[in-house]
Design a protein. Sequence first.
Length: 375
Amino acid sequence: MTEMKTAIGLMSGTSMDGIDVALLRTDGESRVERGPSYYVPFDPQLRDRWKRALAVAKAITERTQRPDDLGASEKILTLCHAAAVKSFLARNDLSPADIDLVGFHGQTVLHRPDEALTVQIGDGPLLAQEIGIDVVYDMRANDMTFGGQGAPLIPVYHAALSANLPRDCKAPVVFVNIGGISNLTFVGTDGTLSAFDSGPGNMLIDQWVEAHGGGAYDKGGRIAASGAVVPALAERYLQSPFFSGNLRRSLDRGDFLPPKAGEASLADGARTLAHVTAAAILKSATHLPEPPKSYVVCGGGRLNDVIMRELTELAARQGATVIAAEVAGFDGGAMEAEAWAYLAVRSLYGLPLTFPGTTGVERPVSGGVLAPAKL
Ligand SMILES: Nc1ncnc2c1ncn2[C@@H]1O[C@H](COP(=O)(O)OP(=O)(O)OP(=O)(O)O)[C@@H](O)[C@H]1O
Ligand SMILES: CC(=O)N[C@H]1[C@@H]2OC[C@@H](O2)[C@@H](O)[C@@H]1O[C@H](C)C(=O)O
């Protein structure tokens, strides 16, 4: 039996909107006690820097390379995470000695699963030194070494949470994470895990509204609510071979691109892309072992009312219900950060992070690199 540990998880996801911080007490197995969470948005200059980092990272052919100013961006990103941990500790009256471990995702700047290449910038040893807490980082690489796609990693945490679902949440249950990219975790009644990325989440909506003067994202889905779906545009996305071809489990930000200027008005574009986000989830769900009865939605997309309404309508046609994570008793905004805390503890104990049914890895494998606070 593993001992309970107190861990902090740090996530800055593909939306590149900010850093989620969450505290968890866990044994890395079935015991999970959720603690406080915190969110630090990136200011616009930093978001521009991460966007440039994505462009620069395209030149990477080997995962340790840091072309151009990518090394400088990695250091800045790491110091942003260090600052987020320090303010989280101060706000919660905690000191580094209260925390056993930090799980650090870093920022994905390149993800090419077909070439077994995934790069998350984030300097684990520097973070450990800055905050005085042991850090587990680089959690995707080992999965790829063993033939996995390096993502999604959250399913093992969804499986742990599934033990505490409310009774009226009928099995089989699927957890849907609508971040920049969306992903699904199916938890079978016998504990079988089946998971994969399911399509674009908010990233196309964010890129579209930002390029057309609508702000960084479509708050509440208000822009989409005043528009109409452009059927030909929606179909173009939904006919992508990603949904029908041999199941590719993980996506990169560049795999789907926003519509071109002039293809729709701001509102119609936002409405169409919200429809695509919801329809892509249902389309991908046809690859699951069984039709789900309940969808539990987490990630920023659960706050877009148009995505949620569409998802609810489309799922109802198949006899399934859709609820936001909060209705199931979870925190839909902090769940990924909690997952990184959970994964860090599993990594410490050498427990598997990924499984053949989640990333396509050849056998269950652990992962992550430990950077001790004191060398
Ligand atoms: N109030 C809101 N209304 C509508 N959309 C929102 C709201 N708040 C956040 N979002 C959307 O959610 C996105 C952030 O979601 P989230 O934090 O889950 O993404 P992420 O951490 O980048 O995820 P991932 O790594 O899974 O891609 C924002 O970019 C925005 O599009
Ligand atoms: C390579 C990478 O960073 N992938 C992210 C991304 O964002 C969502 C989806 O694509 C998922 O596969 C993954 O993140 C989640 C948290 C995961 O690994 O479970």
